[in-house]
Ligand binder design. Structure first.
Ligand SMILES: Cc1ncc(COP(=O)(O)O)c(C=O)c1O
Length: 437
């Protein structure tokens, strides 16, 4: 099947400072391209064989949230994310000349990995510009997949500028990872698979960064199942698609450091927005702590390593933002699994704290022999495990025969933590419970 998308002519614009700023000719704000269902079908046909058809299975979490929850496990793609779908399709659609010359992209992670891997597989030279904040593991893996990697730019915008310039100098085609029309069509193939795997779904929850994934997926699902509710989710630290929906067009939205780094796109894609805006039923914004808790839930209950961006869909359920979906069949895109091991360790701790299973408190106990032992005995009696304990005398304001003890401990659950809280309250006069000391 042939693609219905047109290739726009090359274009450059001038702005102040006489710096030449290049405009990506495939993503022109003045002429957004709306991708069609035919484009998604063409992509599905073309990429078949080069991409995993990932499982979409019912989750144990269904009973926890009174919903029939299915996870579309895109973190099982070879490079750990759905980005491979769009990357492979875009590479396959290049002209022979473009294939020979190669492509260039700016990305801190998943798009770079996907393009590097499929570029190597299809014999297309790939150059990626990664910002200095890109995780080392992702930089190394792009090199491992044979890409020409340049680490430059304080953030993605700076890397992107570099990539556009270098692309123009070296004759490499620039590929926007969330807005090139072929990227959108490729990502849409996830939607086709979802409908095939869960034909009677009621809703689909999709994390949103630049908007490529939701645009393609919503297009596929709404065409085949118009009644299905499409819900987009962003982190509170980068709600750029929600802002675009309010403004009626992509607008710059400041982004802040987030666990969902893959979603931190300040201005969403023009084609993605034009394609998706009429297909999205609801956009939601979740708190960072619920993203951490969702990563933990996916690890413990789904045995799945999912990165922050990929866990954002579940976070909307965890946060209680979709009560209307109770009893419904809901597919959640678990769309990426590339999280650094060190970050994962920190996220687990944060998730345990949010879940009330990692607790800290400070309590004043007697400094006489046995004072601290009494405290630890009380905790041991309740089956609470101490992670850290620290005591100090010098700054304490009560009598000099007292000592202040700071404790971090692990409990079974929030109820168990409350049991400990009540026992401390009953035994000691001076104590502060929780994170606020
Ligand atoms: C794991 C993951 N999920 C979701 C997204 C969002 O995709 P899009 O930018 O197409 O909205 C990204 C983007 O990089 C991602 O890496």
């Amino acid at each position: 099947m042939e693609s219905t998308m047109k290739e726009p002519p090359n274009k450059k614009i001038k702005i102040v400072n006489s710096d030449e700023v290049l405009v990506d000719r495939f993503c022109d704000p003045k002429k957004p391209q709306i991708v069609t269902f035919q484009d998604v079908s063409a992509a599905a046909y073309k990429i078949k064989g080069g991409i995993q058809k990932t499982p979409c299975l019912k989750s144990q979490m269904s009973s926890m949230f009174d919903m029939k929850i299915y996870f579309k496990k895109e973190f099982l793609q070879f490079t750990g994310s759905f980005k491979e779908r769009g990357a492979r399709y875009t590479l396959l659609m290049l002209t022979e000349e473009q294939k020979k010359a190669g492509v260039i992209a700016a990305s801190a992670g998943n798009h770079a990995l996907a393009l590097s891997y499929h570029g190597q597989d299809l014999g297309v030279p790939v150059t990626v510009i990664m910002p200095v904040i890109a995780p080392l593991m992702k930089i190394q893996n792009c090199r491992k997949f044979g890409a020409n990697v340049h680490v430059t730019g304080a953030n993605l915008s700076e890397s992107r500028e570099q990539a556009m310039k270098m692309g123009q100098e070296l004759g490499l085609l620039y590929i926007n990872g969330y807005d090139h029309p072929h990227i959108l069509a490729g990502q849409g193939t996830m939607g086709l698979e979802i409908v095939e795997q869960v034909p009677d779904l009621d809703a689909c929850i999709i994390p949103v960064g630049g908007g490529g994934l939701i645009a393609g997926t919503a297009l596929a699902i709404k065409n085949l199942r118009p009644h299905v509710t499409i819900i987009g989710v962003e982190s509170e630290k980068c709600p750029s698609f929600s802002q675009a929906m309010k403004a009626g067009k992509p607008v710059f939205t400041a982004t802040h450091s987030t666990l969902a780094d893959g979603l931190a796109v300040p201005t969403v894609g023009v084609n993605a927005f034009a394609t998706a805006k009429g297909l999205i039923d609801k956009m939601l914004i979740v708190q960072e702590e619920n993203i951490a808790l969702s990563i933990l839930r996916l690890l413990e209950l789904e045995k799945a390593v999912v990165e922050g961006a990929g866990a954002t869909g579940l976070a909307a359920v965890v946060e209680g933002l979709v009560p209307e979906l109770q009893g419904k069949k809901v597919v959640i895109a678990a769309c990426g699994g590339n999280i650094d091991t060190t970050a994962l360790g920190r996220v687990i701790e944060r998730g345990l704290a949010v879940d009330g299973r990692l607790v800290r408190f400070v309590v004043t106990v007697s400094d006489r022999p046995g004072g601290i032992a009494d405290l630890t005995k009380l905790m041991a009696g309740l089956g609470v495990s101490i992670k850290d304990i620290f005591h100090e005398r010098a700054w304490i304001k009560s009598d000099i025969f007292s000592v202040q003890v700071k404790v971090v401990c692990e409990t079974r659950d929030a109820e168990h933590s409350d049991e400990l809280h009540q026992a401390i309250k009953a035994k000691y006069t001076h104590y502060t419970w929780g994170p606020g000391y």
